[in-house]
Design a protein around this ligand. Structure first.
Ligand SMILES: Cc1c2[nH]c(c1CCC(=O)O)Cc1[nH]c(c(CCC(=O)O)c1C)Cc1[nH]c(c(CCC(=O)O)c1C)Cc1[nH]c(c(C)c1CCC(=O)O)C2
Length: 355
């Protein structure tokens, strides 16, 4: 199996040669590729329209709707990659965890996992549990042409934080209590989540995803020594599980300036950076042999078009010496972002970096 071809060998080579996948592989690109975390949904009126009356989790299980929402930002913004429309808790729902996504709140778990007995809630995930994912990706690869599709999953720590807290959390106190107080149970929990996450990513790659992103959104809450001891083994297990497919593996978290080197070491090909660390400094922390993704502050999009260009220029200048750069925001698109500001940003990055 050649690198970055799906096992079925169906992936057209125009996808393989796309600017996004080339940048991930640290090859020369015709222009800096751009996509946005949380580009699907959120600020788009056409998204709000098709989602009307359909709860979030249900919308993730309807293949035609998933395909449509995934394609909307590609049509509108001319981004260089699509991200599969789903949520990090979808695989947990698929194995029967009682949870919901509450509008304006996020994932809420009915019975938080805090004891060894609670671990029994986490059974293995099989492709049959998420047949709608395989189906939706089939529809998408047919429509996307040479535009790569990014599959994704939540990393073990971030999934554990929702499962242990029972919902979104600022301080992650229950999660840390378990991590420090019962290291063996914690390790077993993260290992279970690594198995589920690996299985979920494999389904997406085998269906045709050209790259995967592992979101460890909240891991920036940890110090490096704790990350290395208590989180890295599980994240490494996930990256190792999908290594043989040869598709780029992207790893991202918020507030992870002190963890960037370790997150690369965990097995990422591309390290995502939030807006707090300039990309040249991030490259020093990550070291050679990795591409970087980022890192315009999503709040910058609320300023004037001129200010957006100035701040974008700063990102591109800091990225000038990188081995590979995928332009993105430093975190997801904020819900009230003007969609036209995103379209203008894609065009600006493309024209500024066209070779
Ligand atoms: C931490 C996390 C979650 N989900 C996700 C993360 C990691 C990325 C990050 O750090 O932002 C990942 C995610 N969630 C969603 C996507 C879709 C693809 C994309 O456009 O990037 C992706 C990649 C859709 C969604 N996920 C969610 C929505 C909103 C649901 C709705 O509109 O009803 C969407 C479009 C819900 C959700 N789900 C989660 C949160 C915090 C929320 C927001 C709650 C809110 O503000 O309403 C958990």
């Amino acid at each position: 199996m050649s690198a970055n071809h799906s096992p079925s060998g169906q992936q057209p080579s125009a996808t393989y040669e796309s600017a996004f996948l080339k940048a991930c592989r640290r090859e020369p690109v015709p222009h800096t590729p751009v996509w946005f975390m949380r580009q699907a949904g959120r600020s788009l009126p056409e998204y709000l329209k098709v989602r009307e009356g359909i709860p979030m989790l249900e919308s993730c299980m309807r293949p035609e709707l998933v395909a449509e929402i995934t394609l909307q930002p590609v049509r509108r913004h001319n981004v260089d990659a699509a991200i599969y429309f789903s949520d990090i808790v979808v695989p947990l729902k698929a194995i029967g965890i009682d949870l919901d996504i509450k509008p304006g709140v996020g994932p809420v778990v009915e019975n938080p996992i805090r004891s060894r007995a609670d671990l029994a809630q986490l059974r293995d995930l099989t492709p049959e549990d998420v047949r709608y994912v395989t189906e939706a990706i089939g529809l998408l690869t047919a429509e996307l042409g040479s535009t790569p599709l990014i599959g994704f999953a939540g990393a073990p720590f971030t999934l554990a934080s929702y499962l242990v807290e029972g919902g979104p959390s600022k301080n992650h106190e229950h999660t840390k209590a378990l991590m420090y107080g019962d290291p063996q149970l914690w390790a077993d929990l993260l290992d279970r989540l690594a198995e589920i996450t690996s299985a979920f990513l494999k389904v997406q790659i085998e269906a045709g995803a050209s790259a995967v992103q592992l979101f460890d959104s909240w891991v920036g809450a940890l110090a490096p020594a704790d990350y290395r001891r208590s989180v890295m083994p599980a994240s490494t297990k996930v990256f190792d599980a999908v290594a043989s497919y040869g598709v780029p593996r992207i790893h991202f978290g918020v507030g992870t300036g002190e963890l960037l080197g370790l997150m690369g070491e965990a097995g990422a090909d591309v390290v995502g950076v939030d807006w707090r660390v300039p990309l040249d400094e991030a490259a020093r922390r990550v070291g050679p042999g990795k591409a970087l993704q980022g890192n315009l502050d999503p709040a910058v999009l609320f300023s004037s078009p001129e200010a957006v260009q100035t701040k974008t220029r700063e990102v591109l200048d800091a990225a000038a010496g990188l081995e590979g750069h995928v332009f993105n925001l430093g975190h997801g698109v904020l819900p009230t972002t003007d969609p036209d500001a995103l379209t203008r940003l894609v065009e600006y990055v493309h024209t500024q970096t066209a070779r």
